[in-house]
Write a protein that binds this ligand. Structure first.
Ligand code: CU
Length: 95
């Protein structure tokens, strides 16, 4: 029984690492936002991009922090989606 528990624990640990590795984070610099509504609009576009798990946008800081799956999308594609759907705002990859 102890062996079964140990195997289960190792399996869960391995899967945990695998799932964790699926998510990457990118910081975008976003120009053109003037209020909280701008940030909301940008955030909604970001969250609809395939492969994006989460997005936080601040117009004061002119930046967005995006959590994404690197097997599905690249930071460049995420930044491009913003400028393509909302040409008022210009998003560039910081890191
Ligand atoms: Cu605004």
């Amino acid at each position: 029984m102890k062996k079964v528990v140990a195997v289960l624990a190792i399996t869960l640990a391995v899967f945990g690492v695998a799932f964790g590795a699926q998510n990457s984070k990118v910081i975008l610099h976003i120009d053109g936002m003037t209020c909280g509504s701008c940030a909301t609009a940008v955030r909604q576009v970001l969250r609809k991009v395939d492969g994006v798990k989460d997005a936080r946008v601040s117009y004061q800081q002119k930046q967005g922090v995006v959590t994404y799956d690197p097997t599905k999308v690249t930071p460049e594609k995420i930044a491009h989606a913003v400028t393509e759907k909302l040409p008022t705002y210009k998003a560039t990859v910081v890191k």
